[in-house]
Design a protein around this ligand. Sequence first.
Ligand SMILES: [Fe+2]
Length: 166
Amino acid sequence: MNSDNDLQIAGDILEVPHLLQPPREHPVTVAEFVGLARAIAADRSQWEHLVEYDATSRWYHRLRTGPGYEVWLLSWVPGQGSGLHDHGRSSGVLTVLEGALTERTERGTRALDAGAQRVFAPGYVHEVVNDALEPAVSLHVYYPGLTEMQMHTATAAVCEARPVTA
Ligand SMILES: [Fe+2]
């Protein structure tokens, strides 16, 4: 049954290129940032040769920047963790590229295997740990770029903010 609200495209959409949106050079929506992370994850040549493992501190490398966003590559040897933290004004997409990570929030614990993605908004508080016996690699997209990361202390039910000191 047709109604006045139905929109139908008749014929081949590729024959009307003037109606198509030009591809964007940079992501601007959550879906596009997730897509960017998936595309990088799928193309190991973009990141595999850059990964380093550092047992003394977590290793990170800024992989890419764009208008208002940054993409970071992180490595985690077994036992390394981020501590409980927020991301200031930044939203983010966390993608596990290799190995497995564990995410802890006040809501519980989540296992993140290779390919897993987490999208978070400003104010999101979590801790990421490599609880596995193998090293792990992750990709982090931040919008806007990460300029503040406040550390938190966990209490029974509430996470209390505590400023980072040098
Ligand atoms: Fe984080």
